[in-house]
Write a protein that binds this ligand. Structure first.
Ligand code: AHR
Length: 649
């Protein structure tokens, strides 16, 4: 391998080259990155005494006074009776009747839960010990941890005085982790109650219980349990957020994917329905991936997530086309106006119509929205070109600096419409993805740039996240890096999977209520994090090198130690060990430091090896010191391996 290390002959790699793609698929957000623990939360509002359970906590009573407008319990649809799943009932027909009605105070979510309690601790029909009521198991069990505080919010209404217990318990209700009593003389108007609960035990499969032993009728709506500790208080689950931050993504594409399109337009992601106070968001059924989301992770939160990650937000929006229905170009204007409003929400002055809504949500400064994608995988559909052009010209006119992404692949032919970038998606077997490393070698250097917004090895080569898949993807990414004059961005897909609802295989980050790990594909991406904004050097593998080798070289500055490194990345996709001679040209004499250089390898004894909850670090990069780094090095590449040489200079 010959490397020309003279930076003047190199090219700057875009700051955005490697990023992430977040889609609401596999419960990535609802029941994942978004820290809300209640599934199908319900809403309520007013003024109330809250009394922490003295027996449990020896605490004093608190007075909380909140006045709000209400909503909630909508996952079963807006009609009654509505399915309250996964809420369940504690008690039987002789002790309580649980139903739904349309009495909520929230205009866009009229469904409330009505609980008619027939038993009473002071009557002949005595309530069972612990009372009767409802419980919510969260998204396949709530992770409640000792010493941590959880904020329970609920809206409640009753024509009688109430004495209701709110608790976090084990999945069978036997282990009490935290509890508080809500005692109020008058909740005849919807009343918002907020109760902080500190857990005195740990259980990864907990539930929220709302119980009472007092006869009467009580309504509940919008019930939420949020851990107090989320990333910067922004609602992102800390550990999952860290997995993203560790990738140092140059951009984040959101919120889909097919999620943006919907099977039907009526179920597509509509940003205006996802902003403002969470209680007022109607939520929606994502019909492509088949589950309800309360849209707590809404448009504002996605922009906030991008900002928190230091990543450029890329908003993919619906252009009037779903999987099964389309809006004619002549009627698309309302959809277009919706998107122009959305851009104003992100970027407008705090005194603009939509910028003021953002400011009211606590972010007066504009978000740095510089990319939008018109649709997802819609190229070739009847109205795509017409709709695209309407959006393209309107956005270009209003926001000339925004870079626009088309769904039509321009890698091997000229497009029939203007665009700044085009999407390129690839899901295929390992050999095919590896060989696509050369896909952009012959792409025109004068046209729009490529955005490889979804790539992954799929099928049997992928297992549920194999080393083989990661190696093929690494080869592909080296090819993209080498072509980063025409490839501006790339992201793996999908990013997250909650193992309890796997809609797509494989995925980069696997989690359940309390555990998580990165697949080899996740770790492979780590090798590329330093490339954003680095200098791509000329490097050539000698003609007789095996076709199963691919390499690239960059120089980059490590901001942590302020030092400059030359990084050479090589994939050996073959099954034999390779002796590789690396010759580095163009360095100042004696510029390689003797100490501080490293070698990092991703490999394993078996090509199909994977990580798991049991062995989360079975296939991860292993770093060691690189001995005797020099301009001429003989190195050994393990069979089926990825190696990064970081040479300190
Ligand atoms: O990444 C999963 C899906 O694959 C995306 O939603 C879609 O864009 C693609 O077909």
């Amino acid at each position: 391998l010959f490397v020309d290390a003279s930076e003047t002959k190199g090219n700057k790699i875009p700051d955005t080259l490697f990023g992430i793609f977040f889609e609401e698929i596999n419960h990535a957000g609802a029941g994942g990155l978004w820290a809300e623990l209640v599934s199908n939360r319900v809403s309520i509002s007013a003024s109330l005494f809250l009394c922490m359970d003295k027996v449990l906590w020896n605490f004093i009573c608190f007075l909380f006074l909140f006045l709000f407008i209400c909503k909630g319990f909508e996952a079963g649809g807006q009609n009654t009776p509505s399915n309250i799943d996964p809420w369940s009932i504690i008690g039987d027909e002789s002790s309580l009747i649980v139903s739904t009605d349309r009495s909520s105070c929230f205009d866009r979510n009229k469904i409330a839960l009505r609980m008619e309690v027939l038993c009473d601790s002071k009557a002949t029909n005595i309530c069972p010990a612990g009372g009767v009521g409802i419980y919510n198991p969260g998204f396949w069990g709530m992770n409640i941890e000792q010493g941590k505080t959880y904020i329970v919010v609920l809206y409640i209404r009753s024509l009688e005085s109430i004495n209701v217990s709110v608790s976090l318990t084990s999945s069978n209700g036997f282990q009490m982790l935290a509890a508080a009593n809500i005692i109020a003389a008058d909740v005849s108007d919807w009343t918002k109650v907020e109760v902080p609960l500190e857990a005195k035990g740990t259980n990864h499969n907990s539930r929220l219980q709302i119980t009472t032993a007092r006869k009467g009728v009580v309504w509940f709506d919008q019930v939420s349990v949020m851990p107090l500790d989320t990333y910067k208080g922004h609602g992102f689950q800390n550990e999952l957020f860290k997995m993203l931050a560790d990738l140092k993504p140059g951009f984040i594409r959101f919120p889909g994917g097919c999620f943006v399109e919907g099977e039907w337009l009526r179920n597509a992601f509509r940003w205006k329905e996802t902003i403002g106070p969470w209680e007022k968001r109607p939520g929606h059924f994502g019909d492509v991936w088949g589950y309800w989301t309360d849209d707590g992770l809404g448009y504002f939160e996605f922009l906030q997530l991008a900002e928190d990650l230091g990543a450029s937000p890329i908003w993919v929006f619906n252009n009037g086309i779903s999987h099964n229905d389309q809006v004619a170009t002549s009627s698309v204007f309302p959809f277009l106006q919706e998107i122009l409003d959305g851009i104003e929400f992100a970027r407008g002055d705090p005194d603009s119509t939509w910028g003021s809504v953002r400011a009211a949500m606590g972010h007066p400064d504009p978000f740095d929205l510089r990319y939008v994608a018109i649709g997802n995988e819609d190229c070739g559909k009847k109205n795509y070109r017409g709709n695209f052009l309407k959006f393209y010209y309107a956005i270009r006119r209003a926001y000339p600096d925004i870079r626009i992404i088309s769904n039509c692949d321009g890698s091997s032919k000229q497009l029939d419409h203007p665009t700044d970038l085009y999407d390129f998606h690839v899901y295929s077997g390992a050999n095919s993805v590896f060989s696509l490393a050369h896909k952009f070698d012959r792409t025109s250097r004068n046209g729009p740039k490529a955005f490889v917004s979804e790539y992954a090895v799929t099928g049997k080569d992928a297992g549920t996240g194999s080393l083989l898949a990661a190696l093929a993807e690494a080869g592909f990414l080296i090819g993209l890096e080498r072509n980063s004059d025409v490839v501006e961005m790339a992201s793996y897909a999908p990013l997250f999977v909650n193992v309890n609802d796997k809609r797509w295989n494989p995925d980069a980050i696997v989690f359940n209520s309390s555990q998580l790990y990165g697949t080899p594909s996740y770790w492979m991406q780590h090798f590329f994090t330093e490339s954003n904004g680095a200098i791509l050097l000329n490097s050539t593998l000698q003609a007789n090198s095996s076709t199963s080798l691919i390499a690239s070289a960059i120089t980059w500055q490590n901001l942590e130690d302020g030092k400059n490194y030359l990084r050479i990345k090589v994939v050996n996709f073959g099954s034999s060990k390779v002796n590789l001679k690396i010759s580095i040209d163009g360095l100042e004499p004696n510029s390689i430091e003797s100490f501080g250089s490293t070698k990092t390898i991703l490999t394993s004894s078996n090509l199909m090896d994977e990580n798991s909850f049991k062995e989360p670090k079975k296939v991860v990069p292993v770093q060691s010191l690189l001995e005797n780094p020099s301009e001429d090095m003989d190195v050994i590449l393990d069979p089926h391996s990825f190696t990064s040489f970081d040479i300190l200079r």
